[in-house]
Design a protein around this ligand. Structure first.
Ligand code: GNR
Ligand code: NI
Length: 179
């Protein structure tokens, strides 16, 4: 019952939140653990889903919308109404594979920039779902990527942090000219 409100992609009303861009302070602060998964948290999740779908992203972390809480939404198949989005509250990575892979990442907070980032291929993550129930998940491929990218956001980390400072400054300059 509770989760029904957030899995129906067509029924989300259209009032997205504003997404913060590189340079915004909230992207650099670490998010606080959620002590109780209540209706306020579920309302935040709904808003985050609206925002993610409107922005055509496959994931969103609360600090991207200036909420310093450990809340993540992910949907690797946004156009498939049969697959529900994933909601991860207080996620922790329990295990990483030793093998790594390169994958080209994008970020809604760094629009137009796509970077090859090296990360562990597969992960095991523990979290609470939107009903406050503890869950664990083995993730690979795009889902593994998205989860690692979003957990970085909760720690104030961005994909440009994997670059040299020279390359990062070039991207910052490029963005400042454009915005
Ligand atoms: O929409 C997004 N696509 C994406 C592609 C590869 C790896 C990670 C991502 S997440 C990103 C949305 C976003 O910025 N989430 O924080
Ligand atoms: Ni991002």
């Amino acid at each position: 019952m509770d989760s029904e409100i957030i899995v129906n992609k067509e029924k989300l009303e259209n009032s997205p939140l504003e997404i913060n861009y590189l340079g915004d302070r909230s992207l650099r602060q670490s998010a606080k653990r959620v002590s109780k998964v209540d209706n306020d948290i579920r309302q935040l999740v709904r808003k985050m889903l609206q925002t993610m779908y409107t922005a055509d992203g496959i994931g969103l972390a609360a600090p991207q919308v200036t909420v310093q809480k450990q809340v993540i939404v992910i949907d690797c198949e946004p156009d498939n109404s049969a697959t529900p989005p994933l909601v991860l509250i207080n996620p922790t990575i329990k295990d990483y594979s030793n093998d790594t892979c390169l994958f080209q990442e994008g970020c809604l907070s760094i629009p137009g920039v796509y970077l090859d980032v090296k990360r562990p291929s597969t992960i095991e993550v523990a979290y609470k779902d939107e009903n406050g129930r503890p869950q664990t998940l083995q993730a690979q491929e795009l889902l593994s990527r998205a989860i690692q990218h979003e957990i970085d956001h909760l720690e104030g980390k961005l994909m440009v942090d994997y670059l040299s400072t020279l390359k990062r400054d070039r991207i910052r300059n490029k963005l400042n000219k454009r915005i």
